[in-house]
Design a protein around this ligand. Structure first.
Ligand SMILES: NC(=O)c1ccc[n+]([C@@H]2O[C@H](COP(=O)([O-])OP(=O)(O)OC[C@H]3O[C@@H](n4cnc5c(N)ncnc54)[C@H](O)[C@@H]3O)[C@@H](O)[C@H]2O)c1
Ligand SMILES: O=c1ccn([C@@H]2O[C@H](COP(=O)(O)OP(=O)(O)O[C@H]3O[C@H](CO)[C@@H](O)[C@H](O)[C@H]3O)[C@@H](O)[C@H]2O)c(=O)[nH]1
Length: 341
């Protein structure tokens, strides 16, 4: 096993914080670079160095790579809200594409060999086939998807020109929380369906909007392939080992091969919590494809990945458990702020 450090960008965020736990569980030294724009310093486990800064700061990246003898970068940092990218595309091209370019350039210049990148199912756009293989035509319908696709393209070119070794993992919808309760989705502004449903279940919000019920799907609501964050992180660990072991560059979908509709997710959350929170019909949300379901054959066959948490009820239950834990830790602070301490 290699003992060089792994630089986790965006390690104070939802998925990055789970990756840090997996690396530490495997005995790998880690350093985190995060600007804390959506992440929380508290999500980085004690003892893991956290450098607060931007991935687009090439001097900073170079200095971290030298100081910590970084051998691999796992790049989670980015802006992630599809409708925001429709409203403000230039912000997404800056944070996701331009700053990734700086990071990749710095990695190449300082001699970091291996690079794992958070890509997305949004690179496929309006899916014509289901499930989607990696060879499906790439036609993103949101600036978010386009901003990620451009980074994939830069990695492919950097691989050819400079020998950078990379894996671009196209996540479908990531959800759930660490089964040991050490991490979960904590960031301030929630937009993801399962997170919002969990917040409704614990009483943090009055209910939930269902964006569109006239899609060409089995119940009219959008279908997504929800992958448990622990299974996703395991794919990253395998991808890292694959690159470090000399395996070829890789682009792979991360999902289970079956989807759940918005209505099915809401039903699962109501069952798990026992709370019948209100659900309001709402117009379609900009940039939402009707259905996104992964064909994850390549991930299984190339990396030997095995899904261990591929059960919607379990995913929803782990998200709910984390939300309840957050509500418990918030309650004293809230009570104090209201002058009732
Ligand atoms: N959550 C999903 O369902 C999903 C699906 C597909 C792809 N992804 C990708 O996975 C990655 C992680 O997503 P997440 O859900 O953990 O989001 P998140 O918002 O919780 O984490 C992103 C982290 O990156 C940091 N960050 C943002 N811009 C930065 C910059 N310029 N420099 C340094 N740090 C910066 C944020 O502070 C945050 O800690 C993203 O790249 C996202 O596009 C997520
Ligand atoms: O209050 C809500 C929130 C969401 N939805 C719907 O739920 C589905 C899932 O939405 P969401 O959880 O926001 O995820 P996506 O927009 O599908 O995007 C996620 O999944 C993509 C890959 O599929 C990633 O690229 C993105 O980063 C990630 O945010 C969509 O149909 C939404 O319209 C609702 O109906 N009500």
């Amino acid at each position: 096993m290699t003992s060089s450090n792994v630089l986790v960008t965006g390690g104070a965020g939802y998925i990055g914080s789970h990756m840090i736990l997996a690396l530490r569980d495997a005995g790998r030294p880690v350093v985190v670079l995060d600007d804390l724009s959506t992440g929380l310093a508290a999500a980085v486990p004690a003892g893991v160095p956290l450098v607060r800064g931007c991935v687009g700061d090439a001097d900073l990246v170079t200095s971290i790579a030298r100081t910590y003898r970084v051998g691999a970068i796992v790049h989670f940092a980015g802006s992630i809200v599809v409708p925001d990218s429709v409203a403000d595309p230039m912000a997404y091209y800056l944070n996701n594409t331009v700053r990734s370019r700086e990071l990749i350039s710095a990695a190449v210049a300082v001699g970091v060999r291996n690079f794992v990148f958070s890509s997305t199912a949004a690179v496929y756009g309006e899916a014509s086939a289901e499930p989607l293989g990696e060879d499906t035509p790439l036609a993103p319908v949101s600036p978010y998807g386009a901003s990620k696709l451009m980074t994939e393209r830069m990695l492919a070119d950097a691989g050819l020109a400079y020998g950078l070794r990379y894996a671009a993992l196209r996540y479908f919808n990531v959800a759930g929380a660490d089964p040991l309760g050490r991490a979960g989705q904590s960031g301030g502004r929630a937009t993801h369906l399962i997170k919002l449903a969990a917040q409704a279940a614990v009483g943090l919000r009055a209910g939930l909007d269902c964006f569109g019920d006239d899609y060409p799907t089995r119940d009219g609501t959008c279908v997504r392939d929800y992958i448990h964050v622990s299974d996703l992180v395991q794919a990253h660990m395998l991808a890292l080992g694959h690159l470090e072991g000399g395996g070829p560059n890789l682009v792979a979908n991360c999902g289970y091969g079956f989807g759940a509709s918005v209505r099915e997710v809401i039903g699962a959350m109501k069952r798990a919590s026992g709370v019948d929170f209100p659900v309001r019909p709402a117009p379609r949300r900009a940039g939402d494809p009707a259905a996104l379901v992964a064909d994850a054959t390549r991930l299984r066959e190339t990396l030997g990945w095995v899904a261990r948490h591929d059960d919607l009820d379990g995913i929803v239950a782990s998200a709910l458990a984390w939300e309840r834990r957050l509500a418990e830790t918030r309650r004293p602070a809230f009570t104090a702020a209201m002058g009732h301490a």
